[in-house]
Each structure stands twice: as structure tokens, then as C-alpha cells.
Write a new protein. Structure first.
Length: 157
């Protein structure tokens, strides 16, 4: 855009159109859009950055969200134990009602973890089981974009 050789303005605008990067910058700085942008930035600074009441309200809000068990210098709002508990609780809520899938998931994970110590033959059996499970995701799924979400989920197994 700022290469003077690449842009050829029409003859009527030849002298009013900027040609180099410096001319473009100068043209913008003198434009009404640049003035409006500077006014918006100044308004923002006055309203939010230089306003001590807002800064104190933000600090109080951030402090209220922090767990009382966290040390003062920590950048985190809750501890690792609390995060783990929240993630596990959410996972249970997601899987609630699908206990067959939960059991199947847990058994496959345990087989997978034990496959490291099993023989080579057992590892092949495990790959066959995983292949069957992954293949069933595509079984009787619609040939439309509505199936993209479930089909894309297989990428993360």
C-alpha cells in the first residue's frame, strides 16, 4: 500500500493522494479519524486510568474474588486443590447419567495404563479396542455439517 511504484492513482487524484509511508502517516495524523481516536484515548485515560475511585473499586473486587486461603503475593485467585476440585466436580456433572460411559472410560484408561507392562500382544489388542471405539463414532452419523462436532471430537482421543 505504501510502495509508490505499486500504486498508481488516477490523474484527478494524483496530487491529493499520499504516495509514501511518511505521507500516509502524516495524512492520517491530520485526519478527523486520528483526532477522534486521540479524543477517545484521552477520554478513556481520564475516565479509567487516572480515576482513583475506579482503581480502588477494582482492587476491592479482585480481593473479594480471592480465596482467603491464598497467600497475599500469589497472582492466583484459588489454590491448585480448589481448581482440581472444581474441574472434577464439573466433569462429574457432565458425565452424570452416563455411568456406562464412565465405566467404559475408566476401564479403557486402566487397560491403557497397564499396557505399558503387558506383553506386545496385549498392546495390539488394546489398539484394536480403541480402533473399534473410534470407528463407532462415525457409525450412522449424518452426512451433514451437524456431525462435524462429534467427528472432530475423535481428534482429541
Amino acid at each position: 500500500m505504501t510502495d509508490p511504484l505499486a500504486r498508481i492513482p488516477r490523474s484527478a487524484f494524483k496530487h491529493s493522494v499520499p504516495r509514501t509511508a511518511v505521507e500516509f502517516a502524516q495524512f492520517f495524523l491530520e485526519s478527523p479519524d486520528a483526532r477522534a481516536n486521540r479524543n477517545d484515548m484521552e477520554s478513556y485515560r481520564q475516565q479509567f486510568v487516572e480515576n482513583q475511585e475506579r482503581a480502588e473499586a477494582f482492587k476491592a473486587s479482585a480481593q473479594a474474588e480471592r480465596s482467603p486461603r491464598m497467600r497475599k503475593g500469589s497472582p492466583y485467585t484459588i489454590s491448585l486443590v480448589m481448581q482440581t476440585r472444581a474441574v472434577l466436580l464439573r466433569r462429574v456433572q457432565i458425565l452424570e447419567g452416563g455411568w456406562l460411559l464412565v465405566g467404559l472410560n475408566l476401564s479403557l484408561v486402566s487397560v491403557w495404563l497397564n499396557s505399558c507392562t503387558l506383553t506386545h500382544d496385549h498392546a495390539h489388542r488394546l489398539f484394536i479396542i480403541f480402533g473399534i471405539i473410534m470407528g463407532t463414532i462415525y457409525y450412522q452419523s449424518p452426512e451433514a455439517t451437524s456431525a462435524f462436532y462429534s467427528r472432530g471430537g475423535i481428534l482429541f482421543l
